[in-house]
Ligand binder design. Structure first.
Ligand code: KIV
Length: 282
């Protein structure tokens, strides 16, 4: 019997039910090979709009298109069997109105087979979250540092540094949870605030620059794997569990040396011998 037939994929309600229990482990994945490698270890795979910066090298997540996350979402759903797959709704695809948001989210769900969507924002998005949740779309919220608002925030620094900002982020979290979101990402806020929000809401909080007391944790997989090299920004909340950029560079250097030196390809090991006439007949 295949794994697909025996493993039941985690659903959004089952994810919510883990509030206060075993920590929820989440990572991003934008393609099939990464999803296949990560699926057995995580509870959730997010096709994050971070793909714009990580995969496409954009300066922000803003240029990412709905079509980009749909292509990634379809690949990740197809290559995983266990994790809840969540599609991150790109900038401009959901902010205009609840109706516009429903159309974009329904398209993402129909075309990828994902189990939920994520969108950024607080009090101002609560009506949209309620509209979607009441119409069959599980929504994960995202408060604190919301990268799609980088041009309003003025950068990617931690949020919740002042009383007025702390209050706003708590109000945002309460509004999104109250609107029916099934979980909430808290990004780059002062640790005590993430802890307080986790206590204040009935849904799981997923930290990224949050708190060890959050109900779960998410990182961008390429950050966690050290795949991006020294070029990119290194937020405080990233921990590298491997240094794969160095391995990629070493492998490419060894390949280049062997090709230039004639050691690869090897005539016996990597080339197709001519088929003998008799064998052809036989
Ligand atoms: O786009 C993304 O990868 C995200 C996570 C960092 C939460 O939103």
């Amino acid at each position: 019997m295949s794994l697909q037939a025996t493993v039941k994929r985690l659903t959004a309600p089952a994810f919510t039910a883990r509030k206060g229990g075993e920590k929820l482990v989440c990572l991003t994945a934008y393609n099939a090979w990464m999803a296949r490698l990560l699926d057995e270890h995580v509870d959730m795979l997010l096709i994050g709009d971070s793909m714009g910066m990580v995969q496409m090298g954009y300066q922000s997540t803003l240029p990412v298109m709905l079509e980009d996350v749909i292509v990634g979402g379809r690949a990740v759903v197809g290559a995983s069997v266990k994790a809840l797959v969540v599609v991150d709704m790109p900038f401009g695809s959901y902010q205009t109105s609840p109706q516009v948001a429903f159309e974009a989210c329904a398209r993402a769900m129909k075309e990828t087979g994902c189990g939920a969507v994520k969108l950024e924002g607080g009090v101002e998005m609560a009506g949209t979250v309620a509209f979607l949740a009441q119409r069959g779309i599980p929504v994960m919220g995202h408060v604190g540092l919301t990268p799609q608002s980088v041009n309003v925030l003025g950068g990617y620094g931690a949020r919740g540094r002042k009383d007025v900002e702390r209050k706003k982020i708590m109000d945002d979290a309460l509004a999104i949870a109250g609107a029916g979101a099934f979980a909430l990402v808290i990004e780059a806020v002062e640790e005590p605030l993430a802890r307080k929000i986790t206590r204040a809401v009935a849904i799981p909080t997923i930290g990224i620059g949050g708190s060890p007391d959050c109900d779960g944790q998410i990182l961008v997989a390429e950050d966690m794997l050290g795949l991006l090299g020294d070029g990119g920004p290194k937020p405080k909340f990233v921990k590298q569990y491997a240094h794969l950029a160095g391995e990629v560079s070493k492998a490419a250097a060894a390949y280049a040396k062997e090709v230039r030196g004639g050691a690869f390809p090897d005539r016996q090991a990597h080339c197709y011998p001519q088929i003998k006439k008799q064998a052809e007949k036989g």
